[in-house]
Write a protein that binds this ligand. Structure first.
Ligand SMILES: Nc1ncnc2c1ncn2[C@@H]1O[C@H](COP(=O)(O)OP(=O)(O)OP(=O)(O)O)[C@@H](O)[C@H]1O
Ligand SMILES: [Mg+2]
Ligand SMILES: [Zn+2]
Length: 429
């Protein structure tokens, strides 16, 4: 293919810029002097793929355009052979959603985020799924590379040409999938001939939400407690509906969540029930899993319910004490001092339990009132994850104090040693 001689659907010549990314199916290039990019396939575009792209280009709606890099025009070689499509560019501040799941990646990609940001991103992700479903399409290949998020918790879906698309009286399948996000009923099946449903997508969505809210833990990555040989892979656990956090998981499947997993009680009861409906036995029945719109509403309610601790962490009000203030939680979020807190933490209240046991315990830390702020908007300047309440000594003053104490001790020690030596030499002279 001669990249200098490509045209769009109206015959307009394209001037390609830099290569932005590549995958198994194609390469994505910037188109100079536009806000668009072009995806060029590695292999020739077949008849039905070409029809699918055409239907997608005609079916783009304002709602889809807001949340997805939806095809807007075909790309052809000058001989008329279709070799790709044009879509809006997703700007560079968007990162793959895995950067938000994983606490250590998150600290690099989104250093100022807090729990509110994560809930907000999860809510927007559910809203994006709801938009696709409303237009009668199915994402199908839900995975952590096709969902991007930026520092405003906005979501963009890419690789849309792999979606299951309805239009012009036809249905174009989604022929690919990733086991970690594939529901039990589709595990091991050949995707090319499967009719995908919203209920299938709603499994993948629930996994995404779980990974976000549970700091990168997969819902089916549990600890097997049984005497028989444990399941060997995540796919098999999914296939067996072995959801590790189910309230009956131990009695039903002899599995439990990993010991160091975050306390599940951090989630509102309704969400705990939602996850059981999404992952448990019976979830394969048509419409059994919570819909994207239901998740969007629940996550919105959770976002509204968040409160702020004196160190600036956001956490759900039903938990009573801030789970992120515990020293063991420093891996999740940094604390940050808030301007003039109305209530300051007493030393006793700094000793909050670790997230694994935080919820439902009597220990309460004062909160600073409800907040729906996102993007870490509240507070400035980070304090190393020590629950830094105001009125505490700064680390530099602490170090200087320790050095002074150390020096005074040595002076006293040497002084006493001198006296002892003097007494001994006086006695033995
Ligand atoms: N609209 C876009 N704007 C900017 N970059 C994009 C856009 N779409 C895709 N990319 C970049 O190109 C890469 C490959 O795109 P895409 O996932 O569509 O290719 P693919 O060949 O279908 O991949 P896969 O084999 O994973 O399905 C993406 O990971 C991303 O980095
Ligand atoms: Mg693809
Ligand atoms: Zn806190």
């Amino acid at each position: 293919m001669n990249k200098q001689l490509l045209v769009d659907s109206s015959g307009q010549r394209l001037t390609l810029g830099v290569l932005l990314g590549r995958g198994g199916e194609g390469q994505v290039y910037d188109i100079l002097n536009t806000s668009n990019v072009a995806k060029l396939y590695h292999n020739p575009v077949t008849g039905s793929k070409c029809d699918k792209l055409q239907v997608m280009c005609h079916g783009v709606s304002p709602g889809l355009a807001r949340i997805a890099a939806w095809p807007v025009s075909l790309v052809s070689e000058q001989a008329g052979k279709v070799c790709g499509y044009i879509m809006p560019r997703v700007e560079q501040d968007f990162a793959e959603i895995v950067c938000l799941h994983n606490p250590s990646l998150r600290k690099k990609a989104f250093p100022t985020t807090d729990y509110a940001f994560i809930v907000h991103a999860a809510m927007n992700c559910a809203a994006a799924f709801a938009t696709v479903h409303k237009e009668n399409h199915i994402i199908g290949d839900v995975n952590q590379k096709n969902i991007l998020v930026n520092s405003k918790a906005m979501i963009r879906l890419i690789d849309c040409d792999s979606f299951q698309v309805s239009g012009a009286g036809r249905l174009f399948p989604c022929e690919v999938g990733v086991p970690e996000y594939t529901p039990p009923e589709l595990q091991g099946k050949s995707f090319g001939h499967v009719l995908r449903t919203c209920n299938h997508d709603n499994f993948g969505l629930a996994v995404q939400i779980f990974l976000l809210l549970m700091m990168g833990r997969h819902p089916f990555a549990g600890i097997y407690k049984g005497a028989n040989s444990p399941p060997v892979s995540l796919d098999e656990s999914i296939k067996g509906y072995m959801y590790a956090y189910d309230r009956q998981a131990l009695s039903r499947h002899e599995i439990s969540p990993p010991q160091d997993a975050m306390g599940f009680q951090l989630l509102p009861t309704r969400m705990i029930e939602y996850f059981e409906r999404a992952f448990g036995p019976g979830s394969d029945a048509m419409g059994a899993r919570p819909t994207a719109e239901q998740w969007r509403r629940e996550l919105g309610a959770l976002l509204q319910s968040l409160v702020t601790c004196p160190a600036g962490h956001k956490f759900p009000s039903h938990v009573h004490s801030c789970p992120w203030c515990a020293p063991s939680s420093a891996i999740y979020f940094e604390g940050r001092t808030l301007p003039k807190p109305k209530v300051s933490a007493s030393p006793a209240n700094n000793a909050v339990p670790s997230p694994a046991v935080a919820a439902g315990t009597g220990a309460t830390a004062p909160v600073q009132g409800a907040s729906s702020a996102v993007n870490g908007a509240a507070g400035t300047g980070t304090v190393p994850g020590n629950g830094g309440s105001t009125g505490q000594r700064s680390p530099i003053i602490k170090v200087l104090g320790s050095l002074l104490e150390f020096a005074v001790r040595w002076i006293v020690y040497l002084f006493l040693m001198g006296i002892v030596r003097g007494i001994i030499s006086a006695l033995f002279q």
